[in-house]
Design a protein around this ligand. Structure first.
Ligand code: SF4
Length: 429
């Protein structure tokens, strides 16, 4: 099982962000914050409750996400991990990731304290190295902070550092994006996530885009940023193992690979989602409502969504096709009793002829051009799959969900429809 811990605090709110978090303010010391203290108390209770309910289940990975988990004092992170070990069975060599903002790491003892607390992977939210872009995004750090943060983390002894970047920013050119990648590659992180910016409805950036001159780059440029960016990273030793994720050999994020493989996950903290044994539920987003719920010990069975076999098949198609490994025909057959290539013959043929998919060794995966139009490929596959799978589906052999889960021994978010490379008409079934 994977464990996700949501930390719902940030220094300030970025202008593009639609995730759930509370702005603590620049001057508030998290050590002295009542909100942080109440949150931690409740989280400890939630950890104990689920440790008990799940019988001390095995945990393969822990991911502190947010929000800005690096705002948590490292001592608290250490206590949380100690409780995870106490209430669950944390695998030896478990990947333990913490998301960090550059300003909370640079030139400080925080990275070495986090390492000491048990964190072994840092995911640092750089987003851009350009001061103007950082300003537009409303980030609370400066470009220089990013360089210092990576340097400090490395000096402290972190051997597994990931950085998050965004492309398709207002005013960004292809040349500009490729320059950002060049600069980031010089920092030599083990992992790079690169997401296209989407203007989420209701965010300050989306509102500003309606009034200010904040135009996103044209769709054609965005497609080139995606394709050339991926090619650049591959040339520099970063394998594109998922549409938006690149890693040096052996440094794929095991936690997110677990999500994409259908491994069960427990989510703790406000707004966190869990999926365990075919059931899914989401905690209240509001911190106070979450605290009340955890303290009252309310049974959540009335809020659980049952993951039907059809939903499971659709999720498998969606998540597998985002990975470079692709969709396993054997897994599809184990889940449905059907042959994928028979069910989707005409569509697969058309996509193949248009260079959008590649089929090899019992897997179908998207080509780079296929990734650019992944949203429309997936929606067409979904439509057809729903029409075909009308009979009751077979009971799932648990091993069928594990073909990629083995890679976990080796995570959101779907964020971007990158738009069409060229017109492509999907054939009907
Ligand atoms: S730091 Fe992350 S979670 Fe917080 S507001 Fe910015 S993007 Fe959102």
């Amino acid at each position: 099982m994977l464990l996700y811990i949501h930390v719902p605090f940030c220094r300030s709110r970025c202008r593009y962000c639609a995730f759930h978090s509370e702005a603590l303010g620049r001057s508030v010391d998290p050590y002295a914050s009542v909100a942080v203290r109440d949150y931690v108390d409740t989280l400890l209770l939630e950890l104990a409750t689920f440790g008990d309910r799940l019988g001390g289940a095995h945990i393969q990975t822990v991911f502190f996400g947010g929000g800005t988990p690096s705002l948590l004092p490292p001592r608290i992170v250490g206590i949380l991990l100690e409780r995870v070990r106490r209430y669950f069975t944390l695998d030896d060599g478990a990947e333990i990731t913490l998301e960090a903002n550059p300003e909370s790491l640079k030139g400080s003892l925080v990275p070495s304290q986090l390492l000491e607390a048990g964190v072994n992977r840092l995911s640092i939210g750089l987003q851009s190295l350009d001061p103007d872009m950082l300003h537009i995004l409303g980030r609370s750090h400066k470009a220089q902070d990013s360089l210092h943060a990576v340097y400090t983390a490395r000096e402290a002894g972190f051997a597994n550092i990931g950085v998050d970047l965004m492309w398709g920013l207002p005013g960004q050119s292809v040349r500009h994006w490729l320059q950002t990648l060049k600069d980031v590659v010089r920092l030599a992180p083990e992992h790079i996530s690169a997401y296209g910016l989407t203007l989420e409805p209701g965010t300050p950036l989306e509102k500003a885009s309606r009034t200010e001159d904040l135009r996103l780059p044209p769709e054609r440029d965005q497609n080139i940023m995606f394709l050339e960016g991926a090619a650049f990273l591959e040339r520099h030793g970063y394998i594109q193992y998922e549409i938006s994720n690149f890693a040096r050999m052996g440094y794929q994020c095991r936690h997110n690979t677990g999500y994409w493989s259908g491994v069960d996950y427990l989510g703790l903290g406000p707004s966190a989602t869990s999926t365990i044994a075919g059931k899914r539920w989401t905690n209240p987003s509001n911190r106070k409502a979450w605290e009340e719920k955890v303290k009252s010990g309310t049974d959540r069975s009335d809020e659980e969504e049952v993951i039907t076999p059809l939903i499971r098949v659709l999720e498998t198609i969606m998540l597998s096709l985002r990975t470079s490994r692709g969709l396993s025909f054997a897994r599809y057959k184990a889940m449905t009793g059907h042959e994928f290539l028979t069910d989707h013959r005409r569509m697969v043929q058309a996509m193949h002829e248009n260079g959008l998919v590649r089929i090899r060794n019992g897997y179908m995966r998207l080509t780079p051009n296929g990734m650019v139009v992944s949203n429309s490929i997936l929606s067409n596959l979904f439509e057809q799959t729903k029409k075909i799978l009308t009979d009751p589906l077979p009971e799932l052999d648990p091993s069928a969900t594990r073909d990629l889960a083995t890679d976990v021994q080796e995570k959101g978010p779907v964020r971007k429809n990158t738009g069409a490379v060229r017109a492509f008409v999907f054939p009907k079934a």
